[in-house]
Design a binder for this molecule. Structure first.
Ligand code: BGC
Length: 348
């Protein structure tokens, strides 16, 4: 008989003494481990076509490695996923300055985003964990005290994330998860031959600092057209200025259909393991990032030498820099209103 896994085990403590736990969720043949530091997905094991378990996400064995890395590995991202140009935005007639942590721009919530905070475990069952945090008024420059709750629910078919947030003043909110997937297994090398398919007809081109230009451009006739699917390496290295300046795919694609309704955002698969990942979201956009900047990452689980393109991300989100681009769907969270979004990662 299989040994029962403890649901929560100690995973060290942050430099200021906050204890961090490792949570284990199980459902059918799937196992998912989450650490309370950054609410990060630490491992996600799914069966390959022969039934052999494969850990398909990048992660680390120790908290020290999580503290050392700056790649947002597996983490929950907030208050605002992706970039805000010039680390400023207007709201209610005021101009707000945010922490500039990516040159002059704001990235993934700033210097101490939600990825670098210890989340509270509100509830833990065999297959679900509810994590929460309170982000005080003014944190990283954002107005309003924001209360955030994220539910991870593992099912026999995949992992579901439900995001919930509420603020006591008008603010911005766009939450995501920054898991790097490698469908051949986290330690198996670059993802270049794995294929990605995105249903989007449009994407948001960026400037050389990865800030959207404001254009909503058709993918048709460009290497950004992934409607038929493409091998990541082949696509990412095409001679196209948008790809050249970002070192590969690192863009926001528009998820077709009405915002707020769960709908397909993208799909990826590996011919080697036969594992397919499908992503569904209620959000307006998905950032497909081909792991272009993974060089310099500490070694991962079991010493795996993570490097450029060893993982890809499908980050469901509001459009980058939406707070400064009036024709992008609004990412404003009004005082007292409920922010609710859902993303599902389905494996087959
Ligand atoms: C962004 C990349 C960034 C990376 C940081 C991604 O979500 O799109 O531009 O370098 O996060 O690890």
């Amino acid at each position: 008989m299989a040994a029962t896994t403890p649901r929560a085990t100690p995973f060290g403590a942050t430099p200021d003494g906050a204890p961090v736990d490792l949570l284990t969720l199980t459902a059918g043949k799937l196992t998912c481990r989450i650490i309370t530091y950054g609410g990060a997905v630490q491992s996600l094991t799914v069966p390959d076509r022969t039934g052999r378990p494969v850990d398909v996400v990048l992660g680390f064995d120790t908290l020290e490695d999580y503290l050392r890395q700056d790649k947002y590995i597996g983490a929950l991202i907030g208050r605002y996923a992706n970039r805000i140009g010039g680390a400023r935005f207007p709201l209610d007639g005021r101009d707000y300055a945010l922490a500039a942590n990516d040159g002059p721009n704001h990235l993934h919530g700033g210097n101490v985003g939600f990825d670098k905070q210890v989340w509270t475990v509100e509830r833990l069952t065999r297959n679900a964990a509810v994590l929460s945090l309170v982000s005080p008024d003014g944190q990283e420059g954002y107005p309003g005290t924001l209360t955030v709750r994220v539910t991870y629910r593992l099912t026999p078919g995949g992992l579901e994330l439900s995001y919930w947030a509420q603020s006591d003043a008008d603010t911005l909110c766009s939450l995501t998860n920054h898991t790097y997937f490698n469908l051949d297994g986290h330690a198996s090398g670059p993802v270049q031959r794995q294929r990605v398919q995105l249903p989007a007809q449009f994407y948001t081109p960026t400037d050389p600092q990865s800030i959207p230009t404001g254009e909503i451009a058709p993918v048709a006739g460009t290497p950004m057209d992934l409607r038929e699917g493409a091998a990541i390496g082949k696509g990412a290295d095409r001679a196209f200025v948008q790809l050249r300046q970002a070192g590969g795919f690192d863009h926001n694609w528009l998820v077709p259909g009405p915002i707020g309704v769960l709908r397909p955002a993208g799909r990826a698969w590996s011919d080697k393991t036969g594992i397919t990942l499908e992503v569904f979201t209620t959000q307006s956009g998905v950032q497909f990032y081909s792991g272009n900047y993974l060089d310099g990452c500490p070694a991962g689980k079991s010493g795996a030498p993570y490097a450029r393109r060893w993982g890809f991300c499908l980050e469901t989100q509001a459009f980058p820099d939406a707070p400064n681009i009036p024709h992008f769907p609004s990412a404003l969270l009004s005082k007292g209103k409920l922010y609710r979004h859902k993303t599902v990662y389905r494996f087959s």
